[in-house]
Design a protein around this ligand. Structure first.
Ligand SMILES: [Zn+2]
Ligand SMILES: [Zn+2]
Length: 238
């Protein structure tokens, strides 16, 4: 199933292994960095790039999620000049006045994140096929693949590796449930033992698994896109 023909680990494998050393979903965290880096790069050096501006106009300045991420990045990084977002959004408002409803296309950053999501999942499957010990590493790590990325990765694996990933993921979920129960149990005043770090953050691990991290592919899941599409069709059916 792997797209890689070369039987050697490549840079992406090491990037994924690095992400597995952190808490949260390794694929989500790589994609979150990608979204933030793309916005920062755009603000640092592409404000007046005509090709980027054309892409921005298509969605009138990104989707709501990415536009607010841009705002958070500008507010959180004092070294980013306010001139950049002012130039971009002045142009977006002018575009709206001139073209109105015609500028309601897809956010290019959403499309880019979806594309990279597919690439990283396929590459992760390929890395596991080249070096199956990566699954043991995942098993031992504090990271947890979110449901979306777990299911996508499972679809790229066959046989033994697929079964092994299923077993590891089940073990991780049972561990989170155990940590949650322990945290709850230790709130009883008769229990003197304090909760551990993993027990105190188990609720975050549960959210990470069930909903994924705060990235566009989780916020705008395919399900939502399908509902939106249906609703739009209904709106225009009379
Ligand atoms: Zn994820
Ligand atoms: Zn977007």
């Amino acid at each position: 199933m792997a797209r890689h023909t070369k039987k050697e680990k490549h840079a992406i494998c090491f990037e994924i292994q690095d992400a597995m050393k952190r808490t949260g979903c390794p694929i989500c965290s790589i994609l979150r960095d990608l979204e933030e880096d793309t916005i920062k790069y755009m603000l640092y050096s592409q404000v007046n790039d005509p090709a980027v501006r054309r892409k921005l106009r298509q969605s009138l300045g990104l989707c709501p999620y990415h536009a607010w991420l841009l705002a958070d990045i500008v507010r959180g990084n004092p070294e980013i000049d306010l001139l950049g977002p002012s130039i971009i959004y002045e142009d977006m408002l002018r575009t709206y006045l001139e073209e109105g409803k015609n500028s309601n296309g897809e956010c290019f950053l959403c499309a880019k994140t979806r594309e990279f999501e597919r690439i990283y999942i396929e590459e992760m499957a390929s890395c596991i096929e080249i070096d199956p010990t990566m699954l043991d590493e995942y098993s031992r790590s504090r990271s947890i693949l979110c449901r979306r990325h777990y299911e996508m990765l499972l679809n790229c694996l066959d046989g033994v590796l697929r079964a092994k990933l299923e077993e590891i993921q089940r073990g991780k979920l049972e561990r989170i449930i155990h940590n949650l129960s322990e945290y709850i149990r230790k709130q009883d005043y008769r229990v003197k033992e304090p909760p551990t770090y993993d027990e105190a953050r188990a609720w975050l691990d549960a959210i990470t698994f069930l909903k994924g991290e705060r990235i566009s592919t989780n916020i705008y899941s395919r399900e939502e896109a399908r509902v939106k599409h249906k609703r739009r069709r209904r709106l225009f059916s009379f």
